[in-house]
Design a protein around this ligand. Structure first.
Ligand code: ISJ
Length: 104
């Protein structure tokens, strides 16, 4: 994982090499997204009001700003779009699971 988050990219000599590097990063992102979804789902069960109804835009803004400090090329506006999709996907999964549990 260290080489995946090291911003000093090694020289990439070919398209195949570049795509292999992207595939490796996307595989790591998928694992992290799966983990994030699981934890965000647990948060929904801990909150008095979970799911979309308990959405907390202030917390989401804090997440985006913290990420923007680490990803300056993307910046807050693009990260907000990315994280909005990630957060909504997590809330959808949590709501689906709750419906399956409640049998509704
Ligand atoms: C996980 C939470 O619930 C929602 C989902 C969030 C997320 O996926 O990061 C952030 C804020 C809330 O809209 C939370 O309140 O912390």
């Amino acid at each position: 994982m260290h080489e995946l988050i090291d911003s000093t990219e090694p020289a990439i000599g070919s398209l195949a090499e570049a795509r292999a590097a992207i595939d490796e990063i996307d595989a790591a992102l998928a694992v992290l997204l799966e983990r994030r979804t699981a934890i965000a789902g647990q948060v929904q069960r801990l909150k008095p009001v979970g799911g979309f109804a308990g959405r907390n835009r202030e917390r989401e803004h804090e997440i985006v700003m913290a990420m923007a400090a680490k990803a300056p090329s993307l910046g807050p506006e693009r990260l907000a779009k990315i994280m909005n999709a990630v957060i909504e996907a997590g809330l959808e999964v949590a709501e689906q699971r709750r419906a399956a549990r409640d049998g509704s």
